[in-house]
Design a binder for this molecule. Structure first.
Ligand code: DQQ
Length: 456
């Protein structure tokens, strides 16, 4: 089936390649998403800023490319952010120039209508990394605090990733405020796409470190001192447990929500051959919230706009040995939500299974080790990975689970959104069956709900 793997309700580029979300903002009531974009081929190449807008975070309209690498100081317009400066939509981005030193500088592009942008004539506004830092110096994320604009910029020094903080009164002149935060030693050699924001009284630094062994993207919570200025790390956590989540960006909308979009990336996969000339997607937008000091994620409530049909609602009793508990549930764009009560038996769920069940993506919950797993060993084309999430330290509680399936995209929100898992899967179009079953003992699910999702 042509272009089968293109997600239906996740944002994808019309053609060509996309990576990081950039410049996320609500400007005059409309949500804008920009993104790293190579319009010429479904692979990374000369970076442009693609652009789309939405009134509700789920229906997106493609707009003209916002930034072309068309100045003598850039061969690519790398990642950055957007702010509303008294009605002037201001993009703050990294001009990357191969073969030049400094290779990465920070620049502005300005627009009154939010569609057509002019590069600021006095670019760059930050002409390179300070002495002692490497040439890797990019991805400015600007925010306003007190009377001042601040920008966190990803950097590297002596093989350690970090973030520099800059200050400005007018977005045009910037001063280096200081070394804001740095890898504690095992957090990667460079930090890409930093975000710094306050949520429910806690300050959070979200970064995508290069070559961090234990994680690809992390939330760091800690203490900020804007005078020094320094951010002291207290604790870090993986931002997502899947393989296909990188370079997320967070913005605040007019309801005060902290909303995250991430690039559903596929660096290691041969994705372009699966598609019709496009590659990459954005995750479904997620609202962040704090629970016991931990940043959690849930799909934004606008997800409800996508619910076309309720396929199941109510309790479900899983008797050991009985497998066809979800007979009649079919589809490739679904939302599935339910709770596994504590102390229940071993539970298995097949997603996107073929009629003969040879192809399937397997979720399993083992209450004895309190281990939740996602097994892509038989999911179809692609890497046969298995992801384990140990919930041992989370106490003996119920496990709630929300699953978003969109053709080739699979997002899981587990345990009140404390854990999320983002992955591509590439099953056959005809693999649209679902099973859920118990082993050893009966499981009583109190609240299963399944919706067919779609844009309508
Ligand atoms: N992608 C951009 C960079 C960023 C990286 C280039 C992260 O600005 O550091 O496309 O994916």
């Amino acid at each position: 089936m042509q272009d089968y793997y293109r997600p239906v309700y996740h944002f994808t580029p019309r053609q060509g390649w996309m990576n990081d979300p950039n410049g996320l903002i609500q400007f005059r009531g409309t949500y804008h998403a920009f993104y790293q974009h190579n319009p010429y081929a479904p692979k990374w190449g000369p970076m442009h800023w693609g652009h789309a807008a939405s009134r509700d975070l789920v229906h997106w309209e493609h707009l003209p490319i916002a930034l072309y690498p068309d100045q003598d100081y850039e061969t690519g317009c790398f990642s950055g952010s957007a702010v509303d400066n008294k009605g002037e939509l201001t993009l703050v981005y990294t001009a990357h120039h191969d073969g030049r030193s400094p290779r990465e500088t920070q620049c502005l592009a300005l627009s009154r209508d939010g569609i057509y942008f002019n590069k600021y004539e006095k670019n760059p506004v930050i002409g390179g990394a300070p002495a002692g830092y490497s040439e890797e110096f990019r991805d400015p994320k600007v925010f306003h605090h007190g009377e001042t604009w601040y920008s966190v910029v990803g950097c590297a020094r002596e093989n350690r990733g970090g973030v520099l903080l800059y200050r400005s009164k007018n977005l045009r002149q910037w001063d280096l405020a200081g070394r804001f935060c740095e890898s504690s030693g095992d957090q990667g050699i460079m930090w890409e796409c930093p975000n710094f924001f306050e949520i429910d009284g806690a300050w959070v630094l979200l970064v995508s470190p290069i070559d961090m062994e234990k994680a690809r993207t992390i939330f760091i919570t800690g203490e900020v001192d804007f005078e020094k200025p320094v951010f002291t790390q207290k604790r870090w956590r993986k931002a997502d447990y899947g393989y296909d989540f990188y370079a997320p960006q967070v913005f605040t909308d007019d309801r005060g929500r902290r909303i995250l979009f991430s690039w559903m990336d596929l660096w290691k996969g041969d994705f372009s051959t699966l598609t019709d000339g496009w590659a990459g997607a954005l995750t479904f937008p997620r609202e962040l919230f704090l629970e016991n000091g931990v940043v959690c994620q849930r799909p934004v409530e606008e997800l409800a706009l996508l619910r076309k049909k309720e396929l199941f609602s109510g309790p479900l009793s899983l008797l050991p040995g009985k497998r066809n508990n979800l007979s009649g549930i079919e589809g490739d764009c679904l939302e599935i939500a339910f709770t596994i009560p504590k102390n229940e038996a071993f539970l298995t769920m097949y997603l996107r299974a073929s009629g003969d069940r040879k192809e399937k993506t397997v979720l399993s919950w083992d209450p004895s080790s309190r281990m939740f797993s996602l097994d892509k060993g038989h999911s179809g084309i692609g890497r046969p990975e298995k992801i384990n999430i140990p919930l041992k330290e989370d106490g003996e509680n119920d496990i709630d689970l929300r699953i978003l399936i969109d053709r080739s995209s699979l997002e899981l929100f587990l345990y009140g959104g404390k854990y999320t898992v983002t992955n591509w899967i590439f099953p056959q179009p005809s693999s649209f069956f679902y099973d859920i079953f118990a082993e050893g003992r009966e499981i009583s699910i109190p609240d299963m709900r399944i919706f067919e999702l779609g844009l309508g």
